[in-house]
Design a binder for this molecule. Structure first.
Ligand code: HPA
Ligand code: ZN
Length: 323
């Protein structure tokens, strides 16, 4: 069998805060004298019951990330883990909401600290990080406009994309069209979480109203044959996170997950981890599970990584260096 760990990997869907090792958050909480014991289980892992509870725990963990230095240290810790899985390029969702509450001046400071850590990691570990500014759906369209402004003002170079995460059951994609239009005008690549908790109609609405070229998850498109054909025909890229979907109970196991069926139907699929410590995963484990369930071989993973390379929002020079 191929050495899956050593295989160079590209990851397009990773939430920077969601990748925080529990020990990292626990240490910050102790230093800042914040009691976060309720969000950890007896083994020290993040403890949540379901997706709404996951979002609550996620946001509670973020309350101890209160300075640019915290985000600097977080970025280094996350990239260290990523590099150990063989990741050479990572596109991470970064959230001005958790970096000063959407204030533009604060956001610039936090972003500068993240970029310093990214440069250190690139020099020391050979991993390239780019940022995709993300707004949070359940924080509402007004706040999303402010987040888009942060994205606009810092677009180019490190910040390459704009996205939306959070509770897919709240609001409608059309409510966020203004924010996405602003991000598009700033030259950013666009992606939206859809088809995770919402069905095919949610994916259709994201495509129609936000004009994204990538969909975060998108797996429930499998429930609509015409939509699958549309995605294949238009080359829409799905940022698929099988371990996340399984941990959150959307599918019982890898064999039941639609990634292989979507790929066979001609949809451009990529593989990511989403929030690795929350879902007890990493990229190596994701690859191993796909190899076990679907007998994916080195050439299948090479194709998935080629798709990620062409779909990455980074500039041509960065892409060429990764090829
Ligand atoms: N879905 C929606 N919002 C999120 C996720 C997710 O999987 N992870 C972090 N924020
Ligand atoms: Zn996500």
């Amino acid at each position: 069998m191929t050495d899956l760990r050593g295989l160079p990997k590209l990851e397009l869907h990773l939430h920077l805060e969601g990748a925080a090792p529990p020990a990292f958050i626990r240490n910050l909480a102790a230093r800042k004298r914040v009691d976060l014991s309720a969000i950890f289980d007896e083994d020290g892992n993040y403890a949540y019951r379901d997706f709404p509870d996951f979002l609550r725990v996620y946001e509670a963990a973020c309350t101890v990330l209160t300075s640019p230095q915290d985000f600097h240290d977080l970025t280094l810790a996350v990239l260290e883990q990523s590099a150990q899985s063989g990741i050479i390029y990572s596109e991470a969702f970064v959230s001005p909401d958790f970096c000063g509450g959407g204030d533009l001046i604060a956001w610039r400071d936090y972003l500068a600290a993240i970029e310093v850590a990214a440069a250190t990691a690139e020099a020391q570990m050979g991993i390239t990080l780019r940022g995709c500014v993300t707004c949070i759906r359940h924080f509402g369209p007004e706040q999303a406009r402010q987040i888009a402004r942060c994205a606009q003002e810092t677009a180019g170079g490190f910040i390459t994309g704009f996205g939306i995460a959070g509770d897919e059951a709240q609001f409608h994609p059309s409510d966020f069209a203004y924010a996405f239009d602003a991000a598009r005008e700033a030259g950013l690549g666009l992606t939206a979480h859809a088809g995770e908790w919402g069905g095919p109609e949610s994916v259709r609405a994201a495509l129609e109203h936000l004009h994204v070229t990538r969909i975060g998850h998108g797996v429930r498109a499998i429930e609509d044959r015409a939509l699958v054909a549309y995605l294949a025909e238009h080359g829409t890229v799905l940022e698929i996170c099988p371990g996340s979907n399984i941990a959150l109970g959307i599918y019982p196991d890898t064999k039941a997950h639609p990634i292989d069926r979507l790929r066979r139907a001609g949809v451009r699929v990529t593989v990511s981890t989403d929030d690795p410590p929350f879902f007890h995963t990493d990229m190596h484990r994701e690859y191993q599970a796909l190899a076990d369930a679907f007998e994916w071989q080195a050439e299948d993973f090479a194709q998935v990584n080629q798709t990620a390379l062409t779909a990455a929002f980074c500039d041509a020079q960065t892409r060429a260096a990764l090829a």
